[in-house]
Design a protein around this ligand. Structure first.
Ligand code: PMP
Length: 386
């Protein structure tokens, strides 16, 4: 990859220059008033991004996997029942984490490309007293979008906490945490939140904080424990310094800039832009005769596309696209890995990035021997954008 290649994988993504400037700025003390202000703003902004005025935000150094583990470790205790709504690789990962916390985990897995039916989820919830339901808003391995609002509502009805993995969704896909009654939403910094990898961002409902406080035993890991972090988040939000573990000063400063940009765009406008850009990819994909891994429009993510290789084309396509200046990703789902590829289209991605990517993919497909009309693919994307 060269510095001029366009990074269109499902995270990390292209970041805005102002975000990178904050990352590269001189590191201050974590007690410096400028950093305290940046951290405080980022905490307030993370609530607004999740549309979660009532939630407690946590911003902790670590990746999306840390956010997953924090969500589970703080509310799940040994012997608790957890229901995993399975839509791919990352849904299984959070299930494994719950197992490692000693939970009894049930998996309701859909075939790759689909989401378990809501009535199946309801039946499962009604059959036992579950402490929590986990759902991956967008499973990055399949490009499947889950109906978070409906699942969160079912969880409430049956007295379970809803835990939403928004690593590949938050800041791009519509999420209304308070209105939908989602208990824990989380993401890593490196996708639609628009800052380099290295931060876990969580927003936790009052109900989930109460469940955490009502635990029989403390969270076994000190670093994961909400109770250790809460005074720190509270202090920084109110402009006061506090110490538990050194905050990732530059990453948090970069996140402050990117979340400020998200809010300046406005969340509704942002959801709409992601729908529009995804629509342009859909139009181009159809013009190229490509089949998406998600089985229906309503389960297809707006933050990435997962597409089967056409007949006669294999994973060497990814290299051919890179030769044309665009970096895309291969497959990830263990059952289908070699049969599909993925294109990220979230965050700062622009209409011209979409057209450039469609052109590079179409020309690489032609070079791979596929019967694709590259001009028609580009025209379809442009038509959908105009
Ligand atoms: N969940 C989802 C849906 C993801 O896409 C990812 C990363 N691709 C993760 C969790 C894990 O995040 P990280 O790689 O930052 O640990």
């Amino acid at each position: 990859m060269t510095d001029r290649d366009l990074l269109m994988i499902p995270g990390p993504i292209e970041f805005e220059p102002a975000v990178m400037a904050a990352l590269g700025a001189k590191t201050t003390s974590h007690l410096d008033p400028r950093f305290m202000a940046a951290f405080g703003r980022a905490l307030v902004a993370s609530r607004k991004v999740a549309l979660a005025d009532d939630a407690q935000p946590f911003i902790v150094a670590g990746t999306g996997t840390l956010a997953m583990e924090m969500a589970i470790a703080n509310v799940v205790e040994p012997g608790d029942r957890v229901l995993v709504v399975g839509t791919g690789y990352f849904s299984d990962r959070i299930g494994t984490m719950a197992e490692r916390q000693g939970a009894k985990v049930s998996y309701l897995r859909a075939a790759p490309g689909d989401v378990p039916a809501l009535d199946e989820i309801e039946r499962a919830l009604a059959s036992g007293s579950y402490k929590a339901v986990t759902v991956t808003h967008v499973d990055t391995s399949t490009g499947v979008l889950a109906p978070v609002e409906a699942i969160a509502r079912l969880a409430r009805t049956h007295g379970a906490l809803s835990i939403v993995d928004g690593v590949c969704a938050l800041g791009g896909e519509e999420l209304r945490q308070d209105a939908w009654g989602v208990d824990i939403a989380f993401a890593g910094s490196q996708k639609a939140l628009g800052a380099p990898p290295g931060l876990a961002v969580l927003t936790v409902s009052k109900r989930a904080m109460e469940a955490h406080r009502a635990r029989k035993a403390r969270v076994p890991s000190m670093y994961l424990d909400f109770s250790e972090w809460l005074p720190i988040m509270d202090a920084y939000e109110h402009g006061k310094p506090a110490y538990f573990a050194t905050p990732a000063v530059n990453l948090i400063s970069a996140l402050d800039v990117s979340l400020g940009q998200l809010l300046a765009e406005g969340m509704d406008a942002r959801f709409e832009r992601h729908r529009r850009l995804a629509g342009a990819f859909r139009a181009a994909e159809q013009a190229m005769g490509l089949r998406t891994l998600p089985v229906r429009e309503d389960v297809t993510a707006h933050t990435l596309s997962a597409l089967y290789y056409p007949d006669g084309v294999d994973a060497s396509l990814v290299g051919r696209v890179r030769e044309r200046g665009v970096v895309i990703a291969g497959g990830l789902h263990p059952d289908l890995k070699t049969r599909y590829f993925r294109i990220g289209h979230m965050g700062a991605v622009s209409a011209s990035d979409v057209v450039t990517t469609v052109s590079a993919v179409a020309r690489a497909l032609v070079a791979s021997g596929a019967k694709v009309d590259a001009r028609a693919a580009v025209a379809a994307a442009e038509g959908a954008l105009s």
